[in-house]
Design a protein. Structure first.
Length: 381
């Protein structure tokens, strides 16, 4: 056996052994590999996703600016302007939601504090009627002391747990913010060098693939890009419609926190199917803290609004853009949420929509090529 065959066999055997070890300890190795790859690829994937989101409002701005300046400068100004528009809209929504949510939590804490300090409530409690406390005291004369010591120990452990959770939450938030800014920088570099990347991609792959394969790849990329763009525009339009209708309805029924709750409801409408449940639960909580009856009324109002949205708005705004049957939308959102969390819930629909659009075209192209190869029935007759 010569040296080349030896090293080829050695590398192949090593790869097979490595794959066997990974699969044998799959419950440990596969999640670890996935976490490592996710941490490495997260800034790149996040940057591409941010670049795609920015490119949607940047496209019309770039089209206008390209008439007055070079294309590269128009790309840069359009990307910065689109990013500023998105940041401004996000800041407006956050400034509407966060203060009202904090106010609702403050009212809830004040109500709980008033309830806890209500002497009439505690004076009506008969400690002797609580079986657990009586059993502890009867079995051990020092049972009351033990009970108080246990309560103190539990409160101490709860305090330590809250401190640990706070530190973990802050560290996670700082890490997420840092990764977001890295992804944002990558997104701007990606958008600024789009033509260069396209040229390099053609130089590397364009001469090594057949023209037919290149046309298929372009069609796939165009279909995926079109599916994502249509879905994003339709979801934003639907969110604006839902938020506006919710705001008008809350004003008619004189519900509190109309601006904050309607903004949050519209924001959650960006998440297909499950966003409505999250928005309804959070909005009902904020309203019920100050007016419980109107909180229940809000749930009824949101239920009616969602029925109207599902029957009239979604089919006309989003349904025509994705072309997916409702069962596929539900399955895509569910599986995407299980596998990839919130990002999977949002991105699953356009991914499945692109696949749903590509599969028939691939089948038709394969059928037509087979027909051309075998000859048409008319020609045979």
């Amino acid at each position: 056996m010569d040296r080349k065959k030896f090293w080829s066999s050695f590398l192949l055997g090593s790869m097979l052994i490595a794959v066997f070890v990974i699969l044998w300890n799959g419950s440990i190795t596969i999640p670890a590999i996935w976490r490592t790859l996710s941490s490495i690829l997260y800034p790149i994937i996040g940057g591409i996703a941010i670049a795609f989101i920015i490119s949607i409002p940047a496209a019309p701005i770039r089209k206008v600016l390209s008439n007055y300046m070079p294309e590269k400068r128009a790309n840069a100004i359009a990307a910065v302007a689109a990013a500023l528009i998105i940041v401004l809209l996000s800041a407006i929504i956050i400034s509407l939601i966060i203060p009202e949510f904090i106010s609702a939590c403050r009212i809830l804490v004040q109500q709980l504090s008033a309830f806890a300090s209500d002497s009439r409530f505690w004076s009506n409690i008969d400690v002797d009627s609580i079986p657990v406390i009586n059993e502890i005291i009867d079995k051990n004369p020092a049972g009351g002391i033990m009970l108080s010591a246990s309560a103190i120990e539990w409160l101490s452990s709860l305090r330590n747990m809250l401190i640990t959770m706070t530190i973990d939450t802050i560290s996670g938030a700082v890490s997420s913010i840092a990764l977001f800014f890295v992804s944002l920088v990558f997104a701007f570099y990606f958008m600024m060098n789009m033509e260069l990347l396209r040229h390099d991609g053609y130089r590397i792959f364009g001469r090594r693939i057949r023209p037919e394969t290149g046309r298929k790849m372009k069609r796939i990329a165009s279909t995926v890009s079109l599916s994502f763009t249509r879905f994003a525009v339709a979801q934003v339009l639907e969110a604006v419609i839902i938020g506006s209708i919710c705001f008008v309805g809350m004003l008619i029924f004189r519900m509190p926190y109309a601006a904050a709750v309607s903004a949050f409801t519209g924001l959650m409408a960006l998440i297909p199917i499950y966003g409505a449940v999250i928005g309804a639960a959070a909005g009902a909580f904020i309203i019920a803290v100050s007016e419980p009856l109107k909180g229940a009324l809000f749930l009824v109002f949101i239920f009616i609004l969602q029925q109207f949205e599902g029957d009239f708005i979604y089919p006309r705004v989003v349904g025509t853009s994705t072309g997916l049957p409702p069962i596929y939308v539900f399955a895509a959102v569910t599986l995407g949420g299980i596998l990839f969390g919130l990002a999977g819930m949002i991105l699953a629909v356009p991914v499945v929509s692109a696949a749903y659009a590509l599969i028939p075209s691939e089948y038709e192209s394969t059928t037509s090529s087979d027909t051309e190869a075998n000859g048409s029935p008319a020609a045979e007759d």
